[in-house]
Design a protein around this ligand. Structure first.
Ligand code: GLN
Ligand code: ZN
Length: 757
């Protein structure tokens, strides 16, 4: 039978109810009972909604109090010893302690590490494996959810993360050992989990193995065969779910594993269907992920149907229809958006709408198109309006993009010549000191912004407030003795939203939240149309800051790749094309800043690395256009104008050539936590330009000592010649308090003075 199903629903609730409940619970303002009720109500609502949409199988276990990988860790009993868990069932507080730090005795215990879930902006809690790690079922959460769903007559399909992906995403701690060696011990416990589900009357279970879209070592591939041969005995029907990319060289492996079904992502990798159809055994169900689970565009149902009809011809009833991946990565419900205009709204679909799209497609396949004629027409009309709208296509932008050539990517002279010109123009001391851009976003600043938004204060009043903040930042920096100052970014709520709001082609939602980690959500802007910059965006603020001081003030911009990466991006043209449009807009801003007398300009690219494709073979294509876009944004200025960029992470080894190709005069990076080690990459590659290794860990309330900073910088000088070194924090100071900032920056300046002598 052709079925419609879903891989996962967003957890937070339409208005982030889970977020508020969690945070109140952590503050002690909500009892555990009340928290659990909020969670249960949300799950019920989401199940009901998916059922009403017409789904035949509904995920259970996709809901999580914090993170679904953490759920697996507690289900399987993977609790790091520092949390003091006495063994047995893991309670909710232990679960939260793992995510947020603190042991059962109330003492500090480092929180488990958190890292990005594949190429999404969701962060999961990294499982930690000890050398002699044992596994045992240590939580009933999953089984209780199954009971709750069954009570409501929900057609239950439990979702768990598969054993190979679970191990892959974890980390071996302590003794150096290969985490893969734990597979043998892990499998029996997975077997027990399936047995329990079976005894609960479950028919289908979804086992996610997203690592099947990655480049896998051979032993891991063999591990898949072994694992699923063993799990095949459970008596449950297993739907093996893959997403975020093509199975590629793992196609045969995935198709031949002894599971009753396979889910593939046809949104991110439409071309893989041919190969999968050729390899799929005749007994197996293919779940086709055709509604994009990671974006917000309404599907072109007629086009989808063409694809599905073709697959149906090959598979008949063995076809299921689904979103490409869990809807965790899309906002909950478009119905709540009252500020978007009707036209734009008609182009969009959030999670709730996407489940309906899936059900509509299934109905068209099983009962005929005429039964859903209305939905199909509405979908087609939306596609048409989007294609023809003048809002998506601006002739001027198109013309300009067509005229882009290599010349636009190059500065006038090589770095060596520019460095000379900049030295003369800027007259900075050796080991110049600077910061990354933001200063503390105080309660005062947030209050002014709120009041401005609510029309309590006028724009002029708001601007006055912001100018006062900028003045304060300048006065403080002069007091500390920094060499290159910043304006402090008080006027920016968010480094992407701030620019998006001033660019054509961007839209903003009221409730378009997506979980980032735990209770934290982000609300990415929507890039729906051609991007143009009608007016300068930052020039007045920076000019004002510069007017207050005789030191150089650094202009502060967000780079094109980061703006792209942290938005929902239009899907009617390649991402590279959209990025190029942003790059041209930023280029204009850079040139305008220069014209206004600003001689140092920073173009932040903290999201540059996260755009890397999952497969190494695809890296170059991405890096080529990403580097080119950055270059285009930066290259419009004179030699004597100094371009900085900033990236706040510490993995550069594998992309250092591209970082160098960006050709920023100065790059500031996060290093304080890696003890300067990562500079090795810069040394080995012989990185040619200037580097500012972060010497102040802004994620910690600790203030470094001058000795620590001097020692870090001396270490850095072993890798990068001291004439090319800057002294700066790891990242922006937005989340810190003024007191710590003052102490840390004064120490930094003192350390720079020591270094100079
Ligand atoms: N200029 C930004 C700031 O200082 C950079 C933020 C970031 O790297 N994420 O806040
Ligand atoms: Zn940063």
């Amino acid at each position: 039978m052709i079925l419609a199903h879903n891989l996962g629903f967003p957890r937070m609730g339409d208005k982030r109810e889970l977020k508020w409940a969690l945070e109140n619970y952590w503050k002690g303002q909500l009892s555990q009972e009340e928290l659990i009720k909020v969670g249960q109500d949300l799950q019920n609502l989401h199940w009901q909604r998916q059922k009403n949409a017409g789904l035949d199988l509904i995920p259970v276990g996709d809901f999580s109090w914090y993170d679904h990988v953490l759920d697996m860790s507690v289900l399987l009993g993977v609790i790091p010893p520092r949390f003091g868990h006495p063994g047995g069932g893991v309670d909710l507080d232990t679960y939260f302690r793992m995510a947020r730090g603190r042991s059962v005795h109330g003492t500090e215990a480092a929180a488990c590490e958190m890292t990005k879930w594949f190429n999404t902006n969701y962060h999961y809690i990294v499982p930690e494996f000890q050398d002699h790690q044992d596994f045992s079922i240590s939580s009933n959460m999953l089984f209780e959810k199954v009971v709750a769903a069954q009570k409501l007559d929900v057609p239950v399909k439990p979702v768990i993360l598969g054993p190979l992906s679970f191990l892959w995403l974890g980390k071996a701690k302590g003794e150096d050992f290969d985490k893969f060696s734990l597979l043998d011990k892990l499998l029996p416990v997975y077997g027990q989990v399936l047995e329990r589900l079976k005894s609960q009357g479950v028919e289908w279970v979804q086992i996610d193995e997203p690592i099947l879209v990655l480049d896998l070592p051979n032993d891991w591939k063999t591990g898949f065969e072994k694992a699923y041969a063993q799990l095949a005995n459970s008596g449950l029907k297993i739907l093996l779910a893959t997403y975020f990319g093509a199975l590629g060289d793992n196609t045969q492996l995935a198709c031949r594993l002894p599971t009753e079904g396979l889910h593939i992502d046809l949104t991110s990798a439409p071309a893989q269907i041919t190969k999968v159809l050729d390899e799929l055994p005749a007994y197996k169900v293919l779940s086709v992920g055709i509604v994009d689970g990671r974006n917000i565009w309404r599907n072109d149902l007629e086009a989808n149907l063409k694809t599905l009809e073709y697959i149906k011809e090959r598979l008949g009833d063995r076809l299921w229809v689904a979103p490409s991946c869990s809807l965790l990565h899309s906002p909950a419900d478009l119905g709540l958006e009252f500020k978007l205009d009707g036209e734009l709204k008609s182009w969009l679909a959030f999670a709730t709408q996407k489940t309906k799209e899936v059900a509509t497609l299934k109905r068209a396949l099983t009962e005929g198109k005429q039964t859903v004629a209305h939905d199909l027409q509405a979908s087609t009309a939306a596609q048409q309006s989007r294609r023809q709208s003048t809002r998506t296509h601006q002739a001027k932008v198109r013309e300009r993009v067509a005229g882009v050539n290599d010349k636009l990517t190059q500065r006038q002279s090589s770095y060596a010549d520019r460095a000379k010109a900049q030295k003369e123009a800027l007259n900075l001391p050796p080991y110049p000191t600077t910061t990354i851009g933001s200063f503390p976003q105080t309660a005062n600043i947030r209050k002014a912004r709120q009041e401005f938004k609510k029309n309590i204060i006028s724009e002029a009043e708001y601007d006055m407030h912001m100018k006062e903040e900028i003045k304060k930042a300048i006065v403080e920096q002069e007091k500390y003795g920094l060499d290159v100052l910043v304006h402090g970014e008080a006027e920016r709520n968010d480094m992407v939203e701030y620019f998006g709001e001033q660019l054509d082609g961007f839209a903003f939602t009221q409730y378009g939240w997506v979980q980032s980690y735990g209770s934290r959500c982000v609300k990415p802007p929507i890039i729906y149309g051609d991007i143009a910059r009608p007016n300068p965006m930052t020039v007045d603020w920076i000019k004002y800051a510069q007017s207050l001081t005789s030191k150089w003030v650094k202009g502060m911009l967000t780079g094109p790749v980061t703006i792209l990466q942290w938005s929902f991006v239009r899907d009617d043209q390649p991402r590279a094309d959209t990025c190029l449009q942003i790059a041209l807009a930023i280029r204009d801003e850079v040139v305008d800043l220069e014209k206004a007398g600003i001689k140092v300009i920073q173009i932040d690219e903290p999201a540059f690395r996260e755009g890397l494709p999952l497969r190494k073979a695809d890296w170059n294509e991405y890096l080529d256009w990403a580097v080119r876009c950055f270059q285009i944004s930066a290259a419009g200025v004179e030699d004597s104008t100094q371009i900085h960029t900033h990236m706040c992470y510490s993995e550069f080894n594998d992309i250092i050539a591209s970082i160098a190709a960006m050709d920023a005069d100065v790059i500031t990076i996060e290093t304080s936590r890696s003890d300067g080690e990562l500079l090795q990459a810069f040394a080995t590659f012989n990185y040619p330009n200037e580097v500012g290794p972060g010497v102040y860990d802004i994620h910690s309330p600790n203030v470094p000592t001058s000795e620590q900073i001097v020692s870090l910088m001396r270490k850095a000088a072993r890798y990068v010649p001291s004439e090319r070194l800057w002294v700066n924090p790891d990242c922006g100071l937005k989340t810190r308090g003024w007191e710590e900032v003052e102490a840390a920056l004064c120490t930094m300046v003192e350390a720079a003075k020591t270094l100079r002598t």
